[in-house]
Design a protein around this ligand. Structure first.
Ligand SMILES: Nc1ncnc2c1ncn2[C@@H]1O[C@H](COP(=O)(O)OP(=O)(O)O)[C@@H](O)[C@H]1O
Ligand SMILES: [Mg+2]
Length: 224
């Protein structure tokens, strides 16, 4: 279970807090989408959960482990063992092939599984790109490689920042379905930031970030 309690973050120099006492509980295996205006703090929320930034106040726990890491090595260990991240900017390694990019986190974690990786690549329609280098791919292909990389080491928690932002509608639908289905199948908790209502509608629960707080798009209410 991912539990966020009274989380606040205000970057100096910005007019209003990005997060202002935000609370949310996500049961294990649930998928959650976050929508909201550009610049409202969606990526900031994911950065705090991933341990890339520290909050001003508040708590984040995943399965009772605090994600407010005071030591870099603890943040690194959590990310290696439990976390998958699809960055808005992909962060792929240009010097490696598609296959090796996707296999990288699983090799670090010690659980590479060629069959499982091939399966995910098929679902995302990038199996034919196995030996290609990153520089030769389109933005949409790179995005799907980034998604495959985030899934292949079987993370317990997956954070995806606008993972279908560069894809046409048909591909976006296919990728969203693959992402959400894989997470459902593996019991992975998914937090997905998106601009697209059709993508948000596919997750179990859907929120909107506004004035540093989450508003429900459905009947479910963020836990306090
Ligand atoms: N590391 C940072 N330092 C200073 N300001 C930041 C930093 N990261 C984000 N911001 C600011 O916080 C606000 C929210 O950014 P972000 O979370 O990226 O928004 P979103 O993902 O919703 O578009 C923006 O005004 C942005 O400039
Ligand atoms: Mg963002």
């Amino acid at each position: 279970m991912l539990k966020i309690a009274h989380l606040s973050k205000h970057f100096p120099g910005t007019a209003a807090p990005q997060l202002d006492g935000l609370s949310l509980t996500v049961p294990a295996g649930q998928s959650v989408s976050i929508q909201g205006a550009s610049g409202c703090g969606k990526s900031t929320l994911l950065s705090l959960i991933a341990g890339f930034e520290l909050p001003d106040s508040g708590d984040i726990t995943f399965n009772d482990t605090s994600l407010i890491f005071t030591h870099t090595r603890d943040a690194d260990a959590f990310r290696r063992q439990q976390l998958g991240v699809v960055f808005q900017s992909f962060n792929l390694l240009d010097c490696l092939s598609v296959w090796d990019n996707i296999a990288f986190p699983a090799r670090l974690k010690g659980n590479p599984d060629d069959t499982y990786q091939r399966d995910i690549m098929h679902q995302l329609d990038i199996a034919h790109l196995e030996t290609a280098m990153i520089g030769s791919l389109s933005g949409g292909e790179q995005q799907r490689v980034a998604i495959a990389r985030a899934l292949a080491h079987r993370p317990a928690l997956l954070l995806a920042d606008e993972p279908t932002g560069n894809l046409d509608e048909a591909t976006s639908e296919r990728v969203t379905t693959a992402l959400i289905d894989t997470c459902r199948h593996t019991g992975t908790t998914l937090m997905l930031v998106t601009h697209a209502s059709e993508v948000a509608d596919c997750t179990d629960v859907s929120y909107r970030l506004h004035n540093g707080q989450l508003q429900s798009n459905q009947s479910a209410v963020p836990a306090s």
